[in-house]
Design a protein around this ligand. Structure first.
Ligand SMILES: Nc1nc2c(c(=O)[nH]1)N[C@H]1C(S)=C(S)[C@@H](COP(=O)(O)O)O[C@H]1N2
Ligand SMILES: [Mo]
Length: 436
């Protein structure tokens, strides 16, 4: 990119330059200093080139944030290679969700598994040289290769649900900052790996260990050496349960690079942020872990119900543990026009650390509800599939609503339980259809 005046600027070369060093690319292509001048000043040749590539002028180019590729360009960039039909919410870091009707499979195919990155994925994801360190408050600190994991521990395959704590944030009013996830920051793939519990027990958990701390190989957006984008943990009792995996396969193949290749944690039923990707190290601590995105208000909610827009003091926030009960409608797709009055309705339901006991649907805005056929989870930590048929009595507009109740008797609210950071939205999923 250095001699871009003599070299033809192409879409590809811009994308590559951004991938390599976004700040440098910004400076070279647009002649502005990122961060120092947040307003930016796309101008001259840079502005003309960008406009030509987008096929339109950019009226608000002065506001264009530093270090970002226009979504229209990033869309066909390689960030979503190996994925299909995902909606890109952010390209730096990459965040992409799956429309509900593409989550129809009982087990989510890798190409449909959402992506939630807080930083920049590592450059090397080589499974042969990868190591995992287990240390901190253990009797025998260990460094394990993936081959060691496979040979020293029982290898198991489980369907496990991962949902981002911020799934459903897009519907908050007043809005909450952060990725505007609608419904699709959830997936249930088949994961193959070893139980975290077995590995921790082999290392010997010391009696004063109360919390895990997880470290991945991704880097901070700032590019600062050694600065972690995210490092979360969980209480040791949770870490020693049976359905948490250190996984090296996703749906029978190597992990997708954006889903944490070559090794990740999968902690079903708890916020996705517990499931550290590109996993390099787990250490045990005698305090609640205080890594990036563990403190302040990250992945925390007020310790009491609050009204929409209410200011809440930091000290009144608590760490999110299990994810709440929720049903998702995956068929029909919202906006569908149906030719017949009899319609197959399907979806999934889950509730962190619990089982779903029933799912019901309504076609009359909640006046009446009908039961659905509900499968048992294929294993602990998997979402449950449900299905039914509904009859639309007349031509016209309908909404199909679905609500789940779990084995603790907890159901879903109709309205959002608002909180400042936009977490845990489990309000009833509504799908709009027309019978014509
Ligand atoms: N190393 C690392 N692990 C991570 C993240 C991350 O940014 N870096 N994001 C977390 C969050 S917030 C979620 S919701 C899940 C998403 O997993 P996925 O991208 O495979 O869908 O990964 C978690 N693990
Ligand atoms: Mo997340």
């Amino acid at each position: 990119m250095n001699d871009h005046t003599s070299k033809k600027i192409t879409k590809q070369s811009i994308l590559e330059a951004y991938e390599e060093n976004p700040e440098k690319a910004d400076l070279e292509i647009f002649g502005r200093r990122p961060h120092k001048d947040r307003r930016g000043f796309l101008k001259g040749a840079g502005l003309a080139t960008m406009g030509a590539m987008l096929g339109a002028s950019i009226p608000f180019h002065r506001n264009f944030p530093s270090g970002l590729i226009p979504v229209a360009m990033a869309d066909d960039a390689n960030v979503l290679a190996g994925k299909e039909g995902l909606t890109l919410l952010n390209d730096r870091p990459v965040n992409a969700e799956t429309p509900p009707h593409l989550l129809d499979d009982a087990i989510t195919p890798t190409k449909r598994h959402f992506i939630r990155n807080n930083g920049i994925p590592p450059e090397s994801m080589d499974p042969d040289s990868w190591t995992l360190t287990i240390d901190g408050l253990v009797d025998n600190p260990m460094e394990l290769s993936i081959a060691d994991l496979k040979s020293k521990f029982e290898v198991v395959t489980m369907a496990l649900t991962i949902e981002c704590g911020g799934n459903g944030r897009a519907f908050f009013n007043p809005p909450a900052k952060g990725n505007q996830w609608t419904y699709g920051a959830v997936a249930c793939s088949n994961w193959t790996g070893v139980r975290l519990k077995d590995v921790l027990e082999a290392a010997g958990v010391k009696s004063n260990a109360i919390y895990t701390a997880h470290v991945g190989a991704d880097s901070h957006l700032s590019g600062k050496e050694g600065k972690l984008p995210i490092s979360r943990g969980m209480p040791i009792e949770k870490a020693l349960t049976d359905n948490i995996l250190i996984a090296f396969e996703q749906n029978g193949e190597a992990l997708h690079p954006m889903n944490g290749a070559p090794l990740r944690l999968v902690v079903p039923g708890w916020p996705g942020s517990c499931s550290q990707k590109w996993l390099k190290r787990i250490y045990l601590r005698d305090i609640v872990h205080d890594g990036p995105k563990m403190t302040g208000t990250a992945y925390r909610v007020p310790n009491r119900p609050v009204s929409a827009g209410e200011k809440v003091e930091k000290k009144d926030f608590v760490i999110i543990e299990r994810m709440p009960v929720k049903a998702l409608v995956t068929a029909p797709a919202t906006g569908a026009t149906l030719e017949a009055g009899s319609v197959d309705v399907r979806g999934h339901a889950w509730s962190g650390d619990r089982e779903i006991s029933k799912v019901e649907v309504s076609i009359d805005f909640g006046a009446t509800w009908q039961a659905t056929e509900l499968d048992k989870p294929v294993n602990s930590g998997a979402w449950q599939n449900w299905r039914t048929k509904v009859s639309l009595p007349l031509k016209g507009y309908y909404e199909i609503w679905a609500r789940a109740v779990d084995d603790a008797g907890e159901g879903q609210p109709q309205a959002i339980s608002w909180n400042p950071k936009g977490y845990l939205n489990n309000s009833v999923h509504r799908v709009a259809v027309r019978y014509s």
